[in-house]
Design a binder for this molecule. Structure first.
Ligand code: FAD
Length: 293
C-alpha cells in the first residue's frame, strides 16, 4: 500500500488529506500536527481574542472524524528531521514514520528575535490557538508592546486597545499609511532587549530609551517552519520551499503546499487562507493522478 505522509494539519495539510482520501481509498495517509487541536480556522483567532466568538466556534473538524476517513492523525508531535534516502521522517519523540510520498504543509509563522530577555514570561508571538490561549490567560497587564508593521499587528493592537489597555505599536517603518485604531501609540524604533527578573517589566529600544511594559508581542519577521529540512538537499527559494507547477520539490516524491511553498518563477509572497485551500485541492488532484499510474 502506498504511504503518504503530510506534515502540518492546518488549511493546507487538512484539506489535502481529506481530498486525497476522497479520491484514493487504498493509500495510507498519515497527517502529523505539532498542535494539540485538530483542524481549526486560524483566521478566527482574532475574533476569539476580541471575545466575539468562543473556542468551539473555531474548531472545524472533530478529531474522531479522521478515524472515520481512515486518516491516521498524529497530534502534538513535531517532525524533527527527514531521511530522504530512507524515505522516512523522525518525530521529536524519536518515532520514525516511513512514506512513499511526503507533502510538507508546515506553514510560515512570526518568529521571536534573538535579543536578550526574549525567553522571559510575557513575551509572545501569536500564531496558534495555544499561543492565543496563553496570551489571553496572561492578558492582565496594563501596557502591551506590539512589534510589527503589517495588518495583523495593527488589528491585534486595535483589539487589545479596545480592552482599555495601553498599547504601543513598535515599528521601524513609517505607519502613517495605516488607519490606526484609537488608543494606539506608535514608536518608530526597534526593541533590542527585554528587561525584567523572570517576567517582562520593560523594553529597551535601539536608541537606548527604556519604557515600562508588561507584555510584548512580536508580529514582525516571518519564517517558514522548515527546520526539519536541515541536512537535506530540498531546495529553498527566498525562504520558501521551491516547488514546480505541480507542487513538487527538487527531490522526487517530496511535495510542498500552502504558505510554506513558493514557485521559483514567481515573486513569492504570503498566501491567504483561500489561496492555500485552492492550492491544496489542486495538489490532491495531481497526486491522485500520480497514484493511479
Ligand atoms: C493570527 C492569524 C490570523 C490570520 N487571519 C487571516 C485572515 O483573516 N484571512 C486570511 O486569508 N488569512 C489569515 N491568516 C493567514 C492564514 O492563516 C494562512 O494563510 C493559512 O493558515 C496558511 O495555511 P497553511 O496550512 O499553509 O499553514 P499554517 O496554517 O501555518 O499551518 C501549518 C501547520 O503545520 C504545523 N507544523 C509546522 N511545523 C511542524 C512540524 N515540524 N511538525 C508538525 N507540524 C508542524 C504548524 O503548527 C501548523 O499547524 C492569518 C494567520 C494568523 C497567524
Amino acid at each position: 500500500m502506498i504511504k503518504i505522509a503530510i506534515i502540518g494539519a492546518s488549511a493546507s495539510g487538512h484539506t489535502l488529506a481529506l481530498n486525497l482520501r476522497e479520491n484514493n481509498k487504498d493509500c495510507s495517509i498519515t497527517l502529523i500536527s505539532e498542535e494539540d487541536s485538530p483542524f481549526y480556522d486560524r483566521r478566527l483567532l482574532l475574533e476569539l481574542l476580541a471575545g466575539r466568538i468562543k473556542e468551539e466556534e473555531l474548531l472545524k473538524f472533530k478529531e474522531d472524524s479522521y478515524t472515520k476517513e481512515n486518516i491516521d492523525f498524529i497530534k502534538n508531535k513535531r517532525v524533527a528531521s527527514l531521511n530522504i534516502h530512507k524515505k522516512s521522517l523522525q518525530l521529536k519523540t524519536k518515532d520514525v514514520i516511513n512514506y512513499d510520498f511526503l507533502v510538507v504543509c508546515s506553514g510560515r509563522r512570526h518568529i521571536l528575535p534573538e535579543i536578550t530577555g526574549v525567553k522571559k514570561t510575557g513575551v509572545f508571538n501569536l500564531y496558534s490557538l495555544a499561543d492565543f490561549r496563553e496570551f489571553m490567560n496572561y492578558f492582565i497587564s496594563d501596557t502591551v508592546c506590539i512589534a510589527g508593521t503589517g495588518d495583523l499587528a495593527v488589528n491585534i493592537a486595535g483589539i487589545i486597545a479596545s480592552k482599555n489597555k495601553e498599547v504601543k505599536l513598535i515599528s521601524a517603518q513609517d505607519m502613517s499609511g495605516f488607519n490606526l485604531p484609537a488608543g494606539i501609540k506608535v514608536i518608530n524604533s526597534e526593541i533590542v532587549e527585554i528587561i525584567g527578573e523572570s517576567v517582562v517589566q520593560a523594553v529597551k529600544f535601539k536608541e537606548g530609551k527604556i519604557i515600562a511594559c508588561h507584555s510584548v508581542v512580536f508580529m514582525d519577521k516571518k519564517e517558514g517552519s522548515i527546520d526539519f529540512l536541515k541536512g537535506t538537499n530540498v531546495e529553498l527559494f527566498q525562504g520558501f520551499i521551491a516547488v514546480d507547477g505541480f507542487g513538487e520539490t527538487n527531490c522526487q516524491g517530496i511535495y510542498a503546499c500552502g504558505s510554506v511553498a513558493g514557485r521559483k518563477s514567481e515573486t513569492v509572497k504570503d498566501k491567504d487562507w483561500d489561496e492555500v485551500i485552492t492550492e491544496s485541492i489542486r495538489l490532491s488532484e495531481h497526486l491522485s493522478g500520480v497514484l493511479k499510474v
